[in-house]
Ligand binder design. Structure first.
Ligand SMILES: [Zn+2]
Ligand SMILES: [Zn+2]
Length: 338
């Protein structure tokens, strides 16, 4: 089978790999769509400590079952699979912190989504392999994984209907959070960013869009949330933006550091505000199987608008061009159609 093999920064070759062998309890999936994620782009551009050369990238996987060695899936089922599932027995899992499972990446799909076939190991098939609703196409279904991360992020913020939500960042994650915030009844949903074509999509889903390259964020926010946004999710990997969020958030509000931050980034905490205004600061990473399941329902109900997030589709053969385009922030979301 054909697969895009990663050999190190800026080096991917299309190779013929042996088809994975489907063992007891596992499922073999013929890939149909695999989203191109920020992690794939970062790994391609400058490498990744956890992703060794020789790997096949891609983890936003949707396809068709071609072999099943378990009773709950059959050949021909249209499915999405999560890239990981928790072990359910470590201390983090016992506490219900599934994204912090010590063993999270121990069991992963083989070889990766940028290939013609993937083997879904038993642990993932048990917890995070789902059949697609009929109305959901493979391309849109490949958003299940990033959307699951967003569901985890907004759940941790305890976002409730009627509360104001500020999303700082106009990347695919921020835009998904805007769709999700609306679906959860947040009001108003406000998104701030700097990239014109991404803000254009945001205008279709958020109540208020602020272009911080031309508008003053503080002034604009005052018009729509006189007391400040009740919940803020920071979806751009810049600690200065987190710092700003801590000043903007309403009394009793919460800030989620959702985006990955540079390793040595530090904050100056307004400790007086945190105490007297009862501000919560938190972070979330990844998702649990329950978020993955919920993401599929949100997608099925919002697929018309979410389809428009895909601005470039590519084949396995031209995946390097697509990764390069994404690294230049062209378009919004890219997807490999196999
Ligand atoms: Zn992803
Ligand atoms: Zn665990």
């Amino acid at each position: 089978m054909k697969a895009a093999r990663y050999h190190g920064p800026r080096s991917i070759t299309i190779e013929n790999l042996p088809e994975p062998i489907c063992n007891d309890g596992e499922v073999l999936v013929a890939m149909r769509a695999c989203g191109i994620c920020g992690t794939d782009v970062k790994t391609y551009v400058r490498g990744h400590p956890l992703i060794p050369p020789g790997s096949v990238l891609g983890h936003e996987v949707a396809g068709v079952v071609v072999e099943s060695r378990r009773p709950d899936f059959a050949t021909g089922d249209r499915v999405v699979a999560a890239p990981y599932a928790p072990c359910l027995s470590c201390e983090a899992c016992r506490q219900g912190h599934y994204s912090l499972c010590e063993d999270l990446f121990e069991s992963s799909m083989d070889p990766g989504g940028f290939a013609e076939m993937v083997r879904i190991p038993r642990r993932i098939a048990d917890q995070a392999l789902f059949k697609l609703p009929d109305n959901l196409d493979f391309m849109t279904a490949s958003l299940t994984e990033p959307l699951a991360c967003c569901i985890h992020g907004l759940e941790a913020l305890d976002l409730r209907a009627g509360q104001s939500l500020l999303i700082m960042g106009d990347g695919p994650m921020g835009l998904l959070q805007a769709v999700l915030g609306k679906a959860l009844g947040a009001s108003p949903v406000i998104l701030s960013g700097i990239t014109p074509h991404r803000l254009g999509f945001a205008r279709k889903v958020a109540d208020v869009v602020i272009d911080v390259s031309t508008q003053n964020l503080v002034d604009e926010l005052k018009l729509h949330t006189p007391y400040g946004p009740e919940k803020i999710i920071v979806s751009v990997g810049n600690a200065d933006v987190v710092q700003e969020a801590l000043e903007l958030v309403a009394k009793g509000g919460a800030v989620n550091i959702f985006a990955g931050m540079p390793k040595d980034a530090m904050l100056t905490l307004p400790v007086n505000r945190i105490h007297y205004d009862e501000i919560r600061i938190l972070g979330t990473f990844g998702f649990g199987p329950q978020h993955f399941r919920q993401a599929l329902d949100v997608l099925a109900q919002n697929d018309n608008v979410l389809k428009d997030m895909f601005t470039h589709t590519t084949s396995l053969d031209s995946i390097e061009d697509a990764l390069q385009a994404s690294s230049r922030y062209e378009g919004i979301k890219g997807v490999v159609l196999v």
